[in-house]
Design a protein around this ligand. Sequence first.
Ligand code: MRU
Length: 345
Amino acid sequence: MIPTIKWEDSRVLMIDQRKLPAKVEWYHCRTYRDVIQAIKKMVIRGAPAIGIAAAMGLSLGAASIRVSGFKEFKRQFDLIASEMLQARPTAVNLKWAVERMTSLLEASRGLKLDEMRKLLKLESQRILEEDIEINKAIGIEGAVVVPYGANVLTHCNAGALATGGYGTALGVIRAAHEQGKGIKVFADETRPWLQGIRLTAFEMMEEGIPVTVIVDSAAGSLMRRKMIDLVITGADRIAANGDTANKIGTYSLAVLAGENNIPFYIAAPLSTIDISIENGDLIPVEERDKEEVCKMRGRCLGPKDVEALNPAFDITPAKYLSGIITEKGILRPPFADAIKKAFVC
Ligand code: MRU
């Protein structure tokens, strides 16, 4: 399975996802600002992967702070952390990772600064390794809802590339495949970044999981023709009531799945649930440059200067979800209660 991100000495290396599948190239980050740029420019993308990158970026930031006392070290670290938080707004995993690194720093007050720097680096590596374990657990929990021989539709890329490894939605698909369920995957191409055709199709083909790409607007027609048994996607942020932010187009899929009586699941780690946010209307939705819609490989697709909107995510109301597959089991409606319980246990 293709790795997403790793430490190499004092550099963070990430697969440049903008170039896949044509080229498998490592992108080198020497400073925390390189990591911020990599997140903004989609070198690395996918909620859990962004969180891991942010943690590694903070470790690079901590290594660059040249002061002697904890107070000033912490002040500068907090400035780097707030810069990191601005990289992309929707995926809560970024905020989660920044908070985890900041808490570790606070808890290690009293240690030498060099020891703190080492701990921060180790913590970022731990976040990466834990993420892979969590995704494997999501896979096992989720495979239960995948029938033998099912045709499974997914959107965007919630695979190994969007995480530390294995994936969330694609983790469920991988686990079902490993269990010999004989499934077939339909992957929405996912305009405008084409994560479906470029990344999901690439990951599935690498592992010999049968995959067929469709244009985003074909999904409803396939459902109506009874060609889809199940829809599984990832999530960027889930509110306390279960409303879910994910790649633009997820909402339409969920409504269409409801209309066609097809189960619709979200697969995500518990760290994607933001219990501080009551409902989906409060989730910040990233608006990206209109050029991403209007141009492909540098060429204008429509009239020069045409207006375009480019929301990167949408919100799927919880009422359309059959379940949220997490590493601790499947949360079922009513989601507000299930989420509360998951966070108490
Ligand atoms: O804009 P992207 O590619 O970062 O969007 C990614 C998605 O929407 C994924 O579905 C989500 O982050 C879950 S990844 C496990």
